[in-house]
Write a protein that binds this ligand. Structure first.
Ligand code: NAP
Length: 312
């Protein structure tokens, strides 16, 4: 490994896919947590952390690293990093926005269609030989439906752009009205009442904790469906499981969960829910691009004094 002498040793938290790991190994002097625990001099010299958005970086770790200047997360969400705490100690936090918009929006469209057309069940139906005993249950059309988007940001707008050719009506909720042609609702419950399909694509964290709660699910109604590609914390998962069990909403497709990986959960037994293991950005192309930007943020910070994509 040939690394630039101006870049200090880097602590890696969490696992990266093989291709991304190879890029990181080639450009950064990486160390695991166990290594810095065993070597006090190394711990003192760690200047950067590289991680992914599904790992926790806590304040205690930041406090243990006196030379830390930058935390570069590979992902757009930074709800598991104490950003204010880091900032107060002069530590910059960077993420990888935009690069993953297409992958996450593509997965969202896939989840919507899988949910409406019951694709996982249809796949099982054919594999298990049930087809010879009768026809598969009818699905629901996407055309003509109202789709509400909670969080019309970078990813939300890409979801909307991809949904438009399906002949749907689109509206959104966010804290601020944007200069968009879509209708804006000032409360998630109002958007849910309007929507046939409600898609969550806002950030996680305290400000959006259980933004989609029992009342919002109630407003979505018995033919409504929820798709969550945002963060598990955005949806009250207990209330959701209950609504799905009681069919007070028709179905859900979930890429993210309050506790990941999803362990024992009533969601796993329900036939009106499609589950995926937090794979919004999980394509070869996207994860490589994210790893490159993560590295470039660290290199740029130590060579020019400026990170490329600091979180605001
Ligand atoms: P973004 O550009 O910052 O957009 C976030 C949107 O959410 C904005 O439109 C914002 O509008 C809205 N929002 C922010 N805080 C809100 C609040 N407290 N209440 C209601 N709306 C709020 O972010 P992005 O790049 O689109 O990413 C969105 C999120 O997607 C990420 O934070 C991450 O959690 C999630 N994500 C998931 C995956 C996955 O694998 N499933 C992958 C990537 C990202 P206002 O400011 O007007 O409220």
């Amino acid at each position: 490994m040939q690394t630039d002498q101006t870049i200090p040793p880097v602590l890696q938290i969490g696992a990266f896919p093989a291709g991304a790991q190879a890029l990181l190994d080639a450009r950064l002097d990486l160390h695991a947590l166990a290594a810095i625990d065993a070597d006090d001099a190394l711990r003192q010299r760690i200047g950067a952390i590289v991680t992914r958005s599904n790992y926790d970086i806590d304040a205690a770790l930041i406090e243990r690293l006196p030379s830390l200047r930058i935390i570069a997360t590979s992902g757009v969400g930074f709800d598991r990093i104490p950003v204010e705490f880091a900032r107060a100690r002069g530590v910059v936090v960077t993420n990888t926005p935009d690069l993953l918009n297409a992958a996450v929006a593509e997965l969202t469209i896939g989840l919507v269609l899988a949910l409406l057309r019951q694709l996982p069940q249809a796949n099982r139906f054919v594999r298990e030989g049930a087809w010879s005993s009768g026809a598969f249950a009818l699905g629901t059309s996407l055309a003509g439906k109202r789709v509400g988007i909670v969080g019309m940001g970078r990813i939300g707008r890409e979801i909307a752009r991809r949904l438009a050719p399906f002949d749907v009506d689109i509206a959104y909720f966010g804290r601020t009205r944007q200069p968009l042609t879509f209708e804006w609702f000032d409360e998630p419950a109002k958007l849910a009442r309007w929507s046939d399909i409600l898609i969550a694509s806002c950030p996680g964290g305290q400000a959006t904790h259980h933004l989609i709660d029992a009342a919002v699910l109630d407003a979505l109604g018995s033919s409504g469906m929820l798709v969550n590609i945002a963060r598990g914390s955005v949806v009250d998962e207990k209330a959701l499981a209950l609504a799905l069990e009681r069919r007070t909403i028709a179905g859900a497709a979930l890429d993210v969960f309050e506790c990941e990986p999803l362990g024992e959960s009533p969601l796993r037994a329900l036939d009106n829910v499609v589950l995926s293991p937090h794979i919004g950005s999980a394509t070869h192309e996207t994860r490589l691009a994210m790893a490159r930007l993560t590295i470039d943020n660290v290199v740029s910070f130590f060579t020019t004094g400026q990170a490329l994509t600091p979180v605001v």
